[in-house]
Design a protein around this ligand. Structure first.
Ligand code: ZN
Ligand code: ZN
Length: 161
């Protein structure tokens, strides 16, 4: 049995993360409101970023080899958004602590994020709170995220609401 992310009922047969088409549409709407219509997904082996519809991430789950079919992300800002340690939420095994470059609070950086930071020197780490504050004043702000972390990040967001 799984639990629907929208209505919180348990279900057996349903959509990927929800119990029904109605809940699925609601979830897609919320995630698009939160993450934008497209999400930037970085291919781990090459560091190339792709523009992937948020809906595809929920409905299909994007695997690294699927990324080829999406356009390259043309934007240069490099920001890594990390969950604050104070949130006491899910932590990817092997994560290390770093600091938000804006407010200085400790955040978790997952092993895959370390690799991306290694390949992209000068990347900025932001905690989720500062990232949201940034997004509010900058419509072009985009999330630098990592394929295997996508689903977890989306789940974290839903759980933290
Ligand atoms: Zn539901
Ligand atoms: Zn911060």
């Amino acid at each position: 049995m799984r639990r629907c992310f929208v209505c919180d009922k348990t279900y057996d047969k349903g959509r990927e993360l929800t119990c029904s088409d109605e809940c699925h549409e609601e979830l897609a709407k919320r995630l698009i409101a939160r993450f934008g219509e497209f999400k930037k997904v970085v291919r781990q082996t090459t560091g190339v970023a792709y523009k992937v519809p948020t809906r595809d991430i929920i409905e299909r789950g994007i695997k690294e080899q699927d990324l080829d079919q999406y356009p390259i992300w043309e934007e240069e800002r490099k920001t890594l958004i990390c969950w604050p340690v104070s949130l006491k939420s899910y932590v990817t095994p092997g994560s290390l602590q770093d600091k938000c470059s804006k407010c200085g609070q400790p955040v978790w950086v997952s092993p895959s994020s370390w690799l991306i930071m290694h390949d992209n020197p000068g990347m900025e780490i932001l905690c989720t709170a500062c990232a949201i504050a940034n997004m509010k004043k900058d419509n072009h702000f985009e999330i630098e995220a990592i394929t295997p972390a996508q689903a977890e990040e989306i789940r974290e967001y839903l759980v933290s609401r």
